[in-house]
Write a protein that binds this ligand. Structure first.
Ligand code: HEM
Length: 117
């Protein structure tokens, strides 16, 4: 059970890597808009995160305040990425601060995960 939980954690981290990696590529290329790959990262991190939020294969209690905040932050990231990709498709990109907010909130969630125990 513990090994399975670690596998789900690896999937969760892969989702984070896809989301943040896709965002970083756009930042370096100075395109400042969300992409379909970021949608995928949100989906993978979100589904695996929800699976990890259930108390299975654990020898300690979960911090549900932290998990609740992470869920709210992920919903906001998902909304911003979704709005941004659909607006980009229509040719009316969102202001660049929305792009920076997506990266900032992603790092915030990773920071909450590793710093707040
Ligand atoms: C962009 C969104 C997210 C990012 C960047 C992120 C990042 C991370 C990282 C880096 C870890 C590893 C922490 C460690 O093992 O030291 C982790 C673990 C975890 N995440 Fe997420 N996460 C996100 C969203 C979510 C969501 C939406 C949930 C649940 C609703 C969630 C629930 C968990 C749980 C339960 C763990 C297991 C470790 C613990 O007890 O905190 N995550 N996350």
């Amino acid at each position: 059970m513990e090994i399975l939980r670690h596998v789900v954690l690896l999937v969760h981290l892969t989702g984070f890597a896809i989301l943040f990696g896709a965002w970083f590529v756009e930042a370096v290329a100075r395109r400042y808009q969300a992409t379909r790959l970021m949608d995928l990262g949100v989906l993978v991190a979100g589904v695996a995160g929800l699976a990890l939020a259930a108390p299975w294969g654990l020898d300690h209690d979960l911090n549900y305040v932290k998990i609740g905040i992470k869920l709210v932050v992920l919903i906001v990231i998902g909304a911003l990425v979704g709005i941004s990709t659909s607006r980009a498709r229509k040719g009316t990109p969102l202001p660049s601060w929305v792009f920076w907010l997506i990266g900032g909130l992603t790092l915030l969630n990773a920071g909450l995960a590793v710093i707040w125990r």
